[in-house]
Design a protein around this ligand. Structure first.
Ligand code: IMP
Length: 201
């Protein structure tokens, strides 16, 4: 049974692969080529489902499990921004650095050196006759002076609760332990195992 990821984001692919080491985990683009999927939902869960359903439909196979992740960072002091717009906060086609710079700018505009923030990950799982969405969250704060080169996206400006260093500075093992995606994937794992067992009957 192949697990197809409805994402091409290298950071996410790496994190998801490391949690499903015994499975064949393939980004959809390796099978279908590059494809734009319009994420027009109003929640992380809706967008995750849109992505997984679209890829499942395009594959047209009943021997695969499709997993998608829709994630982002929310800053309550900025009215919940960037939230579901995290990937396009600095505009369509923005890089991770552009988006991080925009968030730094928005904090500074409000005179905030730091602010409470949290990451959300919604993982959708779509297989023949079955659809699931699970969530995970990681709480902490964002700072207006990014530090470190580790992780991806907003990690250099995010300090998890209970730490003084950013995710850009901390050992990747710390993020693997704490992350929103790890927590959601821990919930997704038994669902995927169940779907795999069903497929061999
Ligand atoms: P998506 O690919 O549409 O789900 O967009 C996710 C956005 O949230 C991207 O801009 C990522 O950089 C950001 N993001 C999600 N998870 C993380 C994370 O673990 N670290 C840093 N940024 C993240």
């Amino acid at each position: 049974m192949q697990i197809i990821l409805a994402t091409s984001n290298k950071g996410k692919v790496k994190e998801i692969r490391s949690l499903f080491e015994e499975d064949e985990v393939i980004p959809f683009s390796e099978i279908l080529g590059p494809m734009e999927i319009e994420e027009n939902g109003s929640t992380f869960a809706e967008n995750a489902l849109i992505k997984a359903r679209t890829i499942f439909g395009k594959l047209g196979r009943d021997d695969v499990i499709v997993i998608s992740d829709d994630s982002g960072i929310t800053v309550p002091a900025l009215n919940g921004e960037p939230g579901i717009y995290s990937a396009r906060y600095a505009g369509k086609g923005a890089t991770d650095r552009d988006n991080l710079n925009r968030l730094v700018e928005e904090l500074r505009k409000k005179g905030l050196k730091e602010a409470p923030a949290f990451y959300t990950a919604a993982i959708a799982i779509v297989a023949p006759g079955a659809e699931y969405v699970v969530h995970g969250w990681m709480y902490g704060r964002v700072i207006d002076t990014p530090r470190g080169e580790g992780g991806f996206g907003y990690d250099p400006m995010f300090i998890p609760e209970g730490f003084d260093q950013t995710l850009g500075e901390l050992d990747p093992a710390v993020k693997k332990e704490l992350s929103h995606r790890s927590k959601a994937l821990a919930l997704a794992k038994p669902i995927i195992e169940m779907l795999k067992a069903r497929s061999v009957r």
